[in-house]
Ligand binder design. Sequence first.
Ligand SMILES: [Zn+2]
Length: 145
Amino acid sequence: MDFKNFALSISQTKVARFAKELAEGKIMATLCKKCGKKYYPPRADCSDCMSSEMEWKPIGGEGKLVTFTKIYVPPEHFAIRQPLMPFSSVQFEPCPIGILEVEDGLRIMGWIPKIDVKKIRVGMKLKASPQILLDGKVTIILETL
Ligand SMILES: [Zn+2]
């Protein structure tokens, strides 16, 4: 099967700056200059007033956990723990993913790798931070303050 490489097309979008800033340690949102609506993930155009005049703003990242779930078959690059089965990359330990509500009601989805799954509670205060994984990919993690 022939797979397309989307790397080039992603770097040419109007919101490509998001990935670049994330790799540099900043979580960015966009703010509509006309009506003031804030967007996360960033948008190039405002869906409320149809303006394309957007301003990029960093998000502080501190907020409350709105919800979370456990993924039993996580993406390969989330497998930071040793595989439980010899000669296999399969990881059966649940991988928690949550949604954090931060400033202005913006919601950030992130991986929660550093907190024991049994101790994660809706409403707990966490901080979203960019994290570069072992394979060089960038993700957002949610961790305690
Ligand atoms: Zn607007």
